[in-house]
Design a protein around this ligand. Sequence first.
Ligand code: 1PR
Length: 535
Amino acid sequence: GGGDNVVTLLDYGAGNVRSIRNAIRFLGFDIKDVQTPEDIMNARRLIFPGVGAFAAAMDVLNKRGMAETLIRYIEQDRPFLGICLGLQLLFESSEENGPVKGLGLIPGVVGKFDSSKGLRVPHIGWNALQVKEGSEILDDIGNRHVYFVHSYRAMPSDENREWISSTCSYGVNFISSVRKGNVHAVQFHPEKSGDVGLSVLRNFLDPKDGRTKKPVQGKASKLAKRIIACLDVRANDRGDLVVTKGDQYDVREQTDNNEVRNLGKPVDLAAEYYRDGADEVSFLNITGFRDFPLGDLPMLQVLRYTSENVFVPLTVGGGIRDFTDANGRWYSSLEVASEYFRSGADKVSIGSDAVYAAEEYLRTGVKTGKSSLEQISRVYGNQAVVVSIDPRRVYVKDPNAVKFKTIQVRSPGPNGEEYAWYQCTVKGGREGRPIGAYELAKAVEDLGAGEILLNCIDCDGQGKGYDIDLVKLISDSVSIPVIASSGAGIVEHFSEVFLETNASAALAAGIFHRKEVPIQSVKEHLSNTGIEVRL
Ligand code: 1PR
């Protein structure tokens, strides 16, 4: 049991629960880990942050004799908070690789979002809730958004109505939280939902008597468009890890000694962008393709420190692939990714290695299951895997001149060419490959990517706006979310990309680093333009 300040955590060892640990500690509580079923019964309050796949989680719970105990604990109305999969497991069963039997405490079957009518699945990002009276831990949410990342959801029905404490709208109205007595569960991630998420956790950990305020009714909400701050990180010539920023991927100063441009310290900048309202922070280890990331302990430290104080999703990319080190020891890409997740990343981003995997898949038509992309998404779920594309525009006179998808471009090329294709590159833009961004995007979606980070080398660091032609092409051809990147210079560039394409998020680096435009101004501008954002 432990003292007043102890929270018992049921972590069955799948994926990133570092964030929930950090959030609990940030709120001044200590953590006791469940080792045996008795630890569950002895808990003063229990948090169950479900991560990974439904079947795998049930398997572990059954094997360790914890499923029965958990049911007993909840039936005794003891303080419980389930998060994400920790909500879904309370239901009778799930269709995820199933049907698979759940704990059976709440009537209903957990099913998949239907992507056939243009709905992007996974549901990733910030959404608002319709909160019912008496939800208690959600009392402070009001109109504010919380962070979701999932492909499966539970649906309201007459049989489970008494459990529902809020619903959320994404294509359908699904169950975003349940509550009965001291038992709570939420589909969103309070530990990744900024201040408002921390207040949900605090309300659970430290319940105030007599709190059952009348909840503020949320406005009708769609998924908010996300603004992502990106930190390109690498070692400078003295070996310190710095945030840098290139012009068309060239990060060296145009001076005599050609130093790597230094725009600040990664941990400090990430914290600053969190405070300024960034919906996500991405770290790209831009020399990861040549330096082995597990040799790159500073990057792991950056993640560890950042995740202690930054309660929005963190993505890390660079160097995710199989690797043999100087001593001949072989590391799988899965080990590399696991180390990133353990250090506090919520998603990993794969660049070069995804290009090779897509090329092979297109050549053979066979999914081997062996690529880094496939392995990591199988173990951690596709919502945890971003593919970062680094394309370069190639103008052509005749749209049939190349075997890649060409489009008519808004402004013609240097020789009056009206068409272009977008050639994928590897190794930070250093090498062009025989595959287009369109072909790559479709292939990686098939292979299990959950999201696409779409850069554009021509636009990077230019401040002249996103490549609308490219973003439109890709966001119209896949059903996973697309993050537009490269070229933002003024607030209007963000509204342009959201009004003219189906991008789900916009990422920027230079304008934030150079303090030209604060994140809040971008959000206010979008909101004034009628685009839903998290404010
Ligand atoms: O190939 O798996 O090792 O991953 C390497 C990762 O590092 C890829 O995601 C790749 O995009 C990134 N990267 C490699 N070299 C560079 C470079 O700049 N020399 N940076 C690089 C990518 C692009 C964005 C940038 C946007 C917005 N930088 O991260 O933040 O273009 O910039 P802007 O708003 O200033 O225009 P692997």
